[in-house]
Design a protein around this ligand. Sequence first.
Ligand SMILES: [Zn+2]
Length: 400
Amino acid sequence: MKRAVTTLLALVAASTLVAQQAGQDEVVPPRARDLHTRAIVIDTHDDTTQRMMSDPSFDLGARGGTGSIDIPRMREGGLDALFFSIYMPGTVTGAQAVKRALQQIDKVREAVRARPRELLLAASAADIRRAVAERKIAALMGMEGGHMIDADLGVLRQYAALGVRYVTLTHSRNTAWADSSGDTPAHNGLTPFGRDVVRELNRLGVMVDISHTSDKTFYDVLAVTTAPVIASHSSCRAISNSPRNMSDDMLRALARNGGVVMINFNAAFLSEAFRTAKPPPVVQARLDAATRRCGEDEVCAILDWGPIYREAMRSGQLPAVTWTEIVDHIDHAVKLAGVDHVGLGSDFDGSIMPLGLEDASKLPKITGELLRRGYSEPDVMKILGGNLLRVMEQTEVRRQ
Ligand SMILES: [Zn+2]
């Protein structure tokens, strides 16, 4: 008996060691690991471009101690494809916004060019499958904010030609042609030009992204679009009541459109308790110090805030948000929209990640939890990336 216990303890210690070496704080069962490896895993929203822009020492090829995304951690987490976000605040407009967007597109394209053995610039679902077959990571681009087209369909067409494969119609401010969920309504949804933007995206075979838009903009988009749309990084309002999340009615409407909601891992979008909590002064002081240190550099501040927030969660100074809450949102969205309409849009490097899913290396845990909750293997594969591939393909066939 004693010997059996000792052997068991040794086994537990050994598996813990393996887990630690693999960067996992929980052991993912072999069946889940195997499924995760076989699946095409796609993340539709990563703000890593901002790191590449602002930090000259950032190396996509080296395993980093901060942030969430680099090639070694993507490999470890079985991430096959990611959408690099082309982003700037909605306060940047006009020619300045176009120039900064082009600089970011160039940054992503150059990063891929510099690592031909590891990355493949993907502009279609077929490219993603090719990258997987060649054991590379597919790098795609999503434009987070319609303000970057400067109200010009010609500029939009150039972005599409350079490889942008979705456009989020707004960020947290209204554009000249669409209302945002973060602003006071100015257009009652989409203007006539906003409808033209949706039609042009359909024609170009570029996905329309309704994350960040106002509810009215969302419904206006559904009335115009001929292709399924995506919410590239949104969660469920029934669980965390942020206007950035999707209501149950929106989830049902998205399913009728054939689209897909990609669940955002941002702790505030996962948990109402965390979203509405006020950090105690001692935590706020640390957050403020990081903000001062980083100045205008948004990604720098977010990378500093992550560990501060998670430490406050662990010590009970703020409500703890754990990674399984991501799967709670997947469950809810599946219940409302169906398993064909849910995916993953982490918001890595742009948001506060929950405990246990701090970076891309931890993604297999989601597969483990989905299997544990009774999802079939084909359904897990849909959520991990199959649904997004379907929407990309259905968008591409409409290209004219
Ligand atoms: Zn966003």
